[in-house]
Design a protein around this ligand. Sequence first.
Ligand code: NAD
Ligand code: LMR
Length: 339
Amino acid sequence: ASRRTLSLLNNLKKDAKFFSTSSKDLAKVAVMGASGGIGQPLSLLLKQSPLVTDLSLYDIVHTVGVAADLSHMDTQSKVRGFVGPDQLKSSLEGAEIVVIPAGVPRKPGMTRDDLFNTNASIVRDLARACAEVCPKALIGIISNPVNSTVPIASEVFAEAGAYDPNRIFGVTSLDVVRSNAFIAELKGLDPQKVNCPVIGGHAGITILPVISQCTPSVSFEPDQLKALTERIQDAGTEVVKAKAGAGSATLSMAYAGARFTFSLIRALNGEQGIIECAYVRSDVTEAKYFSTPLLLGPNGIEKNLGLGKLTDFEQSLVAPAVEELKKNIKKGEEFVKKH
Ligand code: NAD
Ligand code: LMR
């Protein structure tokens, strides 16, 4: 009889885990800008994953249709669409992770900073709603210019008295994904087995691939290393030019954004050793925000892993990047003070 009791208890435990409603096993994710070029494929990848249990889709247009469409997929997460400012706060209720790809993309000839005037207020308003409704959520900001939109969101949280620097991330995973792909292509490796950290920021000379820390270890002649570094720095522009007016990277960004979101969820669920590069509040350099590899945990950043050992070539790129970042950061901070 005691064996039967034991097996009954075990089954109950299994069922309890399966049906668990504890916050640890739930991952409620909100995508802000869910109807866009990034938002739709990102939502598709999130809907496909068993890591996500609730998916909340917010945009100023079309989310009712996007949500209806995704909700027919036979995967476990519940999808709900929210449209327009009246439904903004409801879209964020209970969110543990908020991913923000809302805002306009570049056209050929534009810099990411040229998007500031339109996207700064979009990110500010979304961050204000997050600070009020889900102040403890982990926030991943994709909207450009990331170098300035992360300081904007951080200042907004600070104004609301809800700022936790460990919970706000500028999503720079696409730079890592691109580095992995380009290195694998040059060296004939499986790209899934390549991991190259990228530090700094997310625009031009602020993007600093640390190829010397790549696993597996790879080496290039100086000319090839310079060309590879520049290709990674200009990869966004490569896509903007190829799309010829129809926007910027969306599909590879959705892939990279999903990868980052899944890492946040795994860390929330207590998985150990989850490391991602992201642009965060930092004291690693003189720039107040800087991307480095981060050990993630249930409360966001558990430990900033810093710059690591850089080669002379990599080190020579840091100072100009920091100078540029300081300007981008100041611009974001001043925007919040003035508006
Ligand atoms: P898109 O124009 O296709 O989609 C943007 C979506 O945002 C649209 O559906 C639009 O309706 C929505 N939107 C606009 N204002 C909004 C608001 N106030 N609230 C909610 N949603 C709003 O653009 P996209 O190609 O998806 O790019 C989105 C942003 O992501 C751009 O700023 C782009 O530069 C940036 N981006 C960043 C990276 C990165 O690596 N961090 C990579 C690619 C693109
Ligand atoms: C990218 O790196 O692809 C994005 O930041 C979009 C852009 O404008 O290049």
